[in-house]
Design a protein around this ligand. Structure first.
Ligand SMILES: Nc1ncnc2c1ncn2[C@@H]1O[C@H](COP(=O)(O)OP(=O)(O)OP(=O)(O)O)[C@@H](O)[C@H]1O
Length: 362
């Protein structure tokens, strides 16, 4: 006897998304059910193309459908539609998730992590952008080998709009594009804040699943401008395991937790977790101490998103403008896993359905 769509949905209502802890039917993840004489086909729409549980969910669906399929071929198409809980807004209306990348101390590798995380997410098929708001050292143009480029402008509804530079599948705007090369500008708070506001409101970002904001180290006006200008989906904190870096990272973390700011913390990333020579990846040397970031995440009860080793080629790739994640090897694996964890945390955060908010300050 031919099976019905209702029976298919009934069977799939027993399959849970392990992260979101609800069944796929309740989550609205099942689409395009087609039943022919030979085949049962359907799509599972995941919350991110970077979903680390893709294979597990597919296997669970097959196991649930096989007993009712009456020998039909089962064809499951795993697709994705990145979730968002932004309210409809005139500011960056098609940007689904805004992720602040912050650190306490300078030089811990926040920009390196931002660049590689963005490329890793783009490699999964997500649409990704970066705003480099690090006024003290805007290094994104160097890391993407576009120091000499200038964003174009178009007029739209009588307003000049910037077009981001696109490199390695990532849309970019940097405060570095606004400063004359080899000519240091001392950014004053209000100047930097107004540049960031321009990047938020006067740019044709188009559709983006994830927009990463590379913030200056520490806490500053820029952080306040960001949370007051756009609803931030969540923040990630980059730190090295070293005691002094952790102490500063905790201050950064506390800022996002302040009741009047209240930006959800997606998690902690431990960069330079250990040194490893690329030819001997099993040798690990804990130059800056061990597990500092992991312990901090435990202490503050926030997710630990992953550790990135200190590898010579990460530094070289940053300097040559070709992010390390684009080459196979230990660093590619580490950054890809990190991207999956960040995307997963965004999906879990969005499933809580609490809307992102612009922060109002008195
Ligand atoms: N995992 C790593 N392995 C090797 N080198 C790294 C790693 N992470 C960062 N670096 C190098 O460390 C230096 C500082 O990194 P980066 O500029 O990303 O830090 P930052 O925290 O963004 O600094 P800033 O304080 O200027 O914002 C760079 O030369 C970079 O190439």
């Amino acid at each position: 006897m031919k099976i019905t769509e209702k029976e298919v949905l009934q069977a799939l209502s027993k399959v849970q998304d392990p992260d979101l802890k609800k069944d796929l039917v309740t989550l609205g993840m099942i689409e395009n059910i087609k039943i022919t004489a030979e085949e049962l086909s359907l799509s599972v729409v995941l919350t991110t193309p970077a979903c680390p549980l893709k294979e597990v969910i597919k296997k669970d669906c097959l196991a649930a459908l096989e007993p009712i399929a009456n020998g039909l071929n089962i064809n499951i198409d795993m697709t994705s539609n990145v979730t968002s809980v932004r309210s409809k807004s005139l500011i960056m209306p098609n940007v689904k998730n805004i992720i602040a990348v912050a650190s306490g101390k300078g030089g811990v590798g926040k920009s390196t992590v931002t660049a590689n995380l963005a490329v890793a997410l783009a490699k999964t098929g997500a649409s990704v952008g970066i705003i480099d708001a690090d006024i003290f050292g805007p290094s994104i143009p160097t890391m993407f080998d576009c120091e000499h480029e200038q964003p174009n402008m178009v007029e739209e509804n009588g307003k000049n709009m910037l077009i981001p530079i696109e490199k390695y599948g990532v849309k970019l705007l940097s405060i570095g594009f606004l400063t004359p090369k080899d000519n240091a500008i001392i950014w004053r708070g209000p100047m930097a804040s107004s540049a960031l506001k321009q990047f938020i409101s006067d740019v044709k970002w188009g559709e983006l699943d994830y927009l990463l904001i590379d913030l200056p180290p520490g806490t500053s006006d820029i952080h306040l401008t960001l949370v007051q200008s756009v609803p931030v989906t969540g923040a990630v904190i980059v730190t090295t395991p070293q005691k002094v870096a952790i102490a500063d990272a905790q201050k950064g973390l506390s800022m996002f937790r302040q009741p009047q700011i209240n930006v959800p913390l997606l998690g902690v990333i431990e960069n330079m977790a250990y040194f490893t020579p690329e030819e001997l990846p099993e040798n690990k040397y804990y130059l800056f101490g061990q597990d500092g970031g992991k312990k901090m995440a435990e202490k503050y009860d926030i997710p630990f998103l992953g550790e990135i080793p200190l590898v010579q080629s990460i530094r070289e790739s940053g300097d040559s403008g070709y992010p390390a994640v684009m080459k196979d090897g230990v660093t590619e694996e580490a950054f890809s896993e990190l991207a999956q964890n960040v995307a997963r945390r965004v999906a879990i955060r969005n499933a809580s359905k609490e809307k992102t908010k612009i922060v109002q300050m008195n």
